[in-house]
Design a protein around this ligand. Sequence first.
Ligand code: T4K
Length: 391
Amino acid sequence: METPFAEPIYITRPLIPELGNINAKMKEVFDSKWLTNNGAQHEKLQNELRKYLKLNHLVLFNNGTLALLLGLKALQLSGEVITTPFTFPATIQALDWNGLIPVFCDIDKDTLNIDANQIEALITEKTSAILAVHVYGNPCNVNQINKIAEKNNLKVIYDAAHAFGTEVDGIPIGEFGDMTMFSFHATKLFNTIEGGALTFKDASLEKNLNLLKNFGIAGPEEVVLSGINAKLNEVQAGIGLEVLKLVEEEKRKREKIKGLYEKRFAEIEGIKIATKFSGSSNSYQYFVIEVDQENYGKSRDWLHEELKKYNIFTRKYFYPLCSDFQWYQDVKPSNDPNLSQARKSVQRVLALPFYGELQLESVEKICNIIKILKRCKINYTEHNEIIYKHG
Ligand code: T4K
C-alpha cells in the first residue's frame, strides 16, 4: 500500500532563481529607471536566447500566444491553414484572431503530431500555410512537411511552445519552416513568468515584428501599421536572464526523472510513454503516458481521478480536441477530415509530474501507485457506480 503525498504534487513547478540573484537583478532594473519598451535586459535576453537556441533571428514577446498571432499576421496569410486538433487552444485561437480558417488534420499515433502523410489531401486553392505543433517537444516530421510546403508553395509555421532547445539530428528546431514560436510561460522549461519568442528565416520580417508588438510605432510621430502591445518588460526579461542560467542543470535533473519513469513503466503493462524519442530531440518539457484501457485494465479518466486521492494532480493535455470546441462548430472549412487517431489518443494521454525539484523517491512512489491501481478490482453497483477494492 502507498499513502497519499502529504503535499499536492503537480505536473510541473516553475524554475525559480535564488531570491538573492533576483533581488540583485531587480536593483539593476529599478536603478536604470527603464522598465519596458526594449530596455537593456530585453536586448540582453534576446541576444542570450539567440545564442542558446542557435538561431540568428529572434524577437521577444510578452507571451507565446501573441507571438504566434503576430507572426501569422506578419506572414500575411489568407484563407485556410492546415493544423492539428491535438494542441493547446492558443494555437487555433491565433489563427482565428487572424481571420484564418483552421483545417484540422489527423495526428500520428506515436509522436501525436500532425500526420504529415495526410496533409496533402487537405490542400485546396484556399490553403496558405501549415501550422504544426511539436507536441510535448516531440519534433514533427519536419523534412516531409518541408517537401509538401515547397511543392505546394505554402508557408510553414511551427508552434514550439514545448520544444525549447530541442534539436533534430543536431539542427535547432527553430531552423525548420518559415517561423517558429516558443513559449516562456511559468510552466515551461525556460520561463520569463509570461513570455515568448518568434524565430524566423526571412531576416526582413524582424522590422515588421518589432512594429507589430509596439502599436506599429516607427517614430515619435509615425505609426505605420496596426499593431498591438506585446512587449516583454524589463522585470520579466531580467528574471529570464537568471532562469536561463539554470536550464542546463534542470535538464540534467529531468533526465534522471525521465529515466526512472521509463524504467518503472517498462514493468507496467498498458502504459506507453508518449515522450520517448531519441536523445537529441528531447525538450524535457513534459513526461506524458498513454493509458491503454484494454491492457492497463482501467481508463485514463479513472486513473486521473484516482491519482487525485493520492494528492497527485495529473493533466489530460490536450483534452478536448480543438476541433470539438463550441465556437469551431460554426466554422466551415473546405474539408472535413477524419480525425480518428486524434480521437483515440486524446482519450489516453496523461501528463505526469515532471520537474527538477521532484525527488526520485516521489517518482518511485508515483509509479508504485500507478502499479497498485492497475491491480485493484473494480465492481459496479446496480446504478452503474464504480466501487473498487485494493488488491
Ligand atoms: N501553444 C501550445 C502548444 C501551448 O501549450 C501553449 C501554452 C501555447 C501555445 C501558448 O503559450 P503562452 O501564451 O501560454 O506562452 C498551461 C500554461 O498556462 C500554458 O502556457 C501552456 N501552454 C499549457 C500547456 O499549460 P494550464 O491552464 O494548464 O496551466 P495551470 O495554471 O493549470 O498550471 C499547470 C500546473 O502547473 C498547475 O497545476 C501547477 C503548476 N503551476 C502553474 C503555474 C501557473 C505552478 O506550480 N506555478 C505556476 O505559477 O496552462
